[in-house]
Design a protein around this ligand. Structure first.
Ligand SMILES: Nc1nc2c(ncn2[C@@H]2O[C@H](COP(=O)(O)OP(=O)(O)O)[C@@H](O)[C@H]2O)c(=O)[nH]1
Ligand SMILES: [Mg+2]
Length: 245
């Protein structure tokens, strides 16, 4: 299995068919064998039903994880990574904000031994932003990045830790995800910090990106949980028992 594609979803019934079809087409065109894992999280709008009804080409498998209750994007991604079998594991937000082909650059970095984690970035000179974020979201993202860097040792050279398009060496991702504690949007930052701590290498690759303004994040409702999670990750990393089974 070359690649596992994980799509985290929370109430994405309107988009999920297009996501799955695009992911499956990509796997058929570029991989010998691949799987799609829907990491759902208690969606109540029929996301799972829509996913089950999406036709798949031969050779592509779709696994649907939908535990009872709602735990957050990070929890869903952790479950998706634990269930994955790919030599490489990627995740991509619902909504096709970045074409799947873009991951080939990240995979090339891993396959040529340049890194174990490859992050899509919207901020590199070769990145293409087709539809930019609204000003209010730009401001909240900038505040988030500033807070993150004040509280956690995020490597200074990384330009876009929050991009929802990342690919990992599969066995490394499965090991790191087992250690992670973040249930929410801090999950990929925690993966990154744990990777650095273990001596794994992280590289960025440029992506094409179109902002999807239909978001589950709102400044009013999401800021406080995200802030709490930043400190929860800091505490977990500082704990003497961290990483021990
Ligand atoms: N499983 C799960 N997925 C989530 C949750 N919140 C958001 N997502 C998914 O994560 C991806 C990015 O979320 P989105 O709200 O678009 O965030 P934004 O792109 O940063 O504005 C989408 O695929 C969402 O469906 C959640 O609580 N659980
Ligand atoms: Mg989005």
């Amino acid at each position: 299995m070359d690649l596992s594609i994980i799509i985290p979803t929370y109430n994405e019934a309107r988009k999920i068919r297009r996501d799955i079809t695009a992911a499956a087409d990509f796997l058929v065109a570029h991989m010998k064998a691949g799987e799609i894992i829907l990491a759902d999280d208690g969606s109540r709008d029929g996301t799972v039903h829509e996913a089950q009804e999406t036709p798949l080409p031969p050779g592509v498998t779709l696994r649907i994880l939908h535990p009872a209750g709602h735990r957050g994007k990070g929890f869903a991604l952790r479950s998706g990574i634990a269930a994955s079998q790919g030599e490489h594991v990627m995740f991509a937000d619902s909504g096709l904000t970045t074409p799947y082909e873009n991951v080939l650059r990240g995979l090339a970095l891993i396959r040529t031994g340049q890194c174990e984690l490859a992050h899509g970035s919207r901020m590199l000179p070769d990145s293409i932003v087709r539809i930019p974020q609204h000003h209010d979201r730009k401001i909240s993202s900038a505040l988030f990045r500033l807070t993150l860097r004040l509280v956690l040792p995020v490597p200074g050279e990384l330009t876009d830790t929050q991009c929802g398009f990342k690919v990992y060496r599969g066995n490394v991702a499965r090991m790191l995800a087992r250690e992670c504690v973040a249930d929410g949007f801090l999950f990929d930052v925690e993966m990154l910090l744990r990777a650095v701590r273990h001596g794994y290498r992280v590289r960025e690759f440029p992506i094409e990106w179109s902002c999807d303004r239909d978001s589950r994040i709102t400044f009013r409702r999401s800021s406080w949980p995200i802030l709490q999670e930043i400190f929860a990750v800091r505490r977990a990393l500082a704990s003497p028992s961290d990483g021990k089974p």
